[in-house]
Write a protein that binds this ligand. Structure first.
Ligand code: SAM
Ligand code: SF4
Length: 323
């Protein structure tokens, strides 16, 4: 379906939990987290009902995120349920990969196609500094398992000034040796990111630095596995890197997605308050048709652009939204 700005909405991101086994400093505070109550969190049947309604409206891709999606019990069952919805051709996941080694095979078997893995550093100390837990070895095992299982893997890294800055070249070389596209996500001023004291590295600066190191970055033309808000480049020596320039070059004009939080709020934009609380509706025994109509009406209201740093912004943290 199209929204009022003629953008085609074809992609749903579902946060399946606000729990996480890491505490990345830019995403989740170490303590004092107000967790959703168990009964607030949508069941797999409720999530699937929303997916079914959106699939009828033209959504064909679903990404599971969190919090950390792999800490949700029986997540492989949800993958199978979404995979079985008519019209859904892609079931993807964004994960920190700490628990992926044991689950990659079952996820693939149940219909998962793509996995984006967050890896800000492969160095134990830096990883622990960012994520407040030394799980770098598990993440590496998770990446290997995902590749062996036949999942299409991409890596995500948030470049941070003076923290993982000197590991960026190493991370790129490690990724391209394994045939994995690596994307750099600009630090967004969401939730605790601003108060964390961390500073992001702007994508423009990173591109310049990488051109000096590798030579001219050539726009990557194969869009099949490289769609979405990132701009991709081929490195002269081989390998693909991408940049998500959230702040300087907002991705809003080509935005194709809506989001569902773990407690059932349909978010129309990553960083705007506007949306629709679907949980009461889902728990009132709404029919599939009425759900579809209500969602369609909401999606048409999708805001034109995000509100980073402005008063219209959402106060939710990233772990409550799913990125
Ligand atoms: N736990 C999973 C993971 O880390 O991949 C999924 C959820 S996490 C919220 C999704 C993505 O959001 C991760 O790639 C993470 O690096 C990114 N993220 C979290 N907070 C961010 C921030 N303030 N700015 C930019 N990216 C952020
Ligand atoms: Fe957890 Fe992902 Fe947030 Fe890190 S970025 S704290 S892994 S939800």
């Amino acid at each position: 379906m199209r929204d009022r700005y003629q953008r085609t909405i074809e992609y749903l991101r579902v946060s399946v939990t606000d729990r996480c086994n890491l505490r990345c400093r830019y995403c989740m505070p170490e303590e004092g987290i107000k967790r959703m109550r168990h009964e607030e969190i949508l069941t797999f049947d409720e999530i699937t009902a929303v997916v079914r309604a959106l699939a009828k409206l033209g959504v064909h891709k679903v990404r599971l995120t969190g919090g950390e999606p792999l800490v949700r019990r029986d997540i492989t069952d949800l993958v199978a349920m979404i995979h079985a919805v008519p019209g859904i051709d892609t079931v993807a996941m964004t994960t920190n990969a700490v628990l992926l080694a044991d689950k990659a095979e079952a996820l693939k078997r149940n219909g998962l196609t793509h996995v984006n893995i967050s890896v800000d550093s492969l160095n134990g100390e830096t990883f622990a500094d960012i994520a407040r837990s030394d799980a770098a070895a598990e993440v590496r095992r998770g990446i290997e398992a995902a590749q062996s299982a036949g999942l299409r893997v991409k890596l995500n890294c948030v470049p941070l000034r003076g923290v993982n800055e000197d590991e960026i070249i190493g991370l790129i070389d490690w990724s391209r040796q394994r045939g994995l596209p690596l994307r750099f996500i600009e630090l967004m001023p969401i939730g605790c990111a601003a108060a964390s004291g961390l500073k992001g590295i702007p994508s423009d600066e990173l591109r310049e630095m990488l051109s000096r190191h590798y030579g001219t970055l050539l726009p990557h033309l194969d869009r099949q596995n490289c769609a979405g808000p990132a701009s991709y480049y081929d490195l002269p020596e081989g390998g693909v890197i991408g940049f998500i320039d959230a702040i300087e070059h907002p991705f809003c004009t080509s935005c194709n997605r809506v989001r569902l939080t773990a407690n059932g709020f349909l978010k129309l934009c990553l960083h705007a308050r506007d949306g629709l609380d679907l949980r009461p509706l889902l728990r009132s025994g709404v029919s599939g048709e009425d759900l579809e109509e209500t969602i369609a009406r909401a999606v048409r209201r999708k805001p034109e652009r995000h509100h980073f740093g402005e008063s219209g912004g959402d106060s939710r943290f990233m772990y409550q939204v799913g990125g």
